[in-house]
Design a binder for this molecule. Structure first.
Ligand SMILES: Nc1nc2c(c(=O)[nH]1)N[C@H]1C(S)=C(S)[C@@H](COP(=O)(O)O)O[C@H]1N2
Ligand SMILES: [Mo]
Length: 198
């Protein structure tokens, strides 16, 4: 069954596919629950917790520097998609627009629809992370997280929150939706941080 859609990595790809993952050429949709309907007119992105409270509209985000990205995407259910092409705003560029308290060490990602996932500051505030609104040159489809999602290429894809609408900064590590349900608090695919040991 695996043969048709999922390939075991050949030698040239084995340095790109983390252990016990399989390459897929498609782009599966992985959502807990239904796809929320989010219009750009009413869209809002909020910052709160250990940071100066702020709200961003869609045009605020579009006025920030826009960049293209190519990134691999690894779902903990064992599929990996290589070289996904996105356009959006680098996390490092976005962070120029907010003021974070130096005591903040952890972030909860919040989404339309109620999904949450936690990430620590070093894993979030990285050169290669970005907010994406465009996938392979087209507006990001709703089922893949449009209008805007986060992409964190170096962690399993459940950290790449779809329909993201807020960041809550904290000095305590809280757990997000999947993390409360047994997924690893960090989720690094090369170390196979799939499930929590406690
Ligand atoms: N808001 C939200 N974001 C989410 C999810 C979700 O259910 N809701 N699923 C996560 C999981 S488990 C994965 S693998 C990726 C899947 O992204 P895709 O549906 O674009 O492939 O989104 C992540 N982000
Ligand atoms: Mo996933």
């Amino acid at each position: 069954m695996i043969g048709k859609f999922f390939k075991k990595p050949g030698p040239e790809m084995s340095d790109r596919i983390p252990p016990n993952q399989y390459e897929t050429k498609g782009f599966p949709v992985l959502t807990y629950g239904s796809t929320p309907e989010v219009s750009i007119e009413n869209w809002e992105f909020r910052i709160w917790g250990l940071a100066k409270e702020a709200r961003f509209t869609w045009s605020d985000i579009m006025a920030m520097p826009q960049s293209d990205f190519t990134a691999d995407f690894h779902c903990v259910t064992r599929w990996s998609k290589l070289d996904v092409q996105w356009t959006g705003v680098k996390v490092t560029d976005f962070m120029q627009h907010i003021e974070v308290d130096s005591k903040a060490k952890y972030i909860m990602e919040h989404c339309y629809g109620g999904y949450t996932t936690n990430i620590n500051m070093e894993d979030f505030w990285r050169e290669e992370n970005f907010f994406a609104h465009t996938l392979f040159g087209e507006p990001l489809p709703a089922e893949h997280g449009g209008p805007l999602r986060l992409i964190v290429p170096h962690l399993y894809a459940w950290k790449s929150a779809k329909w993201i609408n807020g960041l809550e900064f904290s000095n305590k590590e809280e757990l997000g939706f999947w993390e409360r349900n047994g997924y690893h608090r960090r989720g690094e695919p090369w170390a196979e941080e799939r499930y929590s040991a406690f």
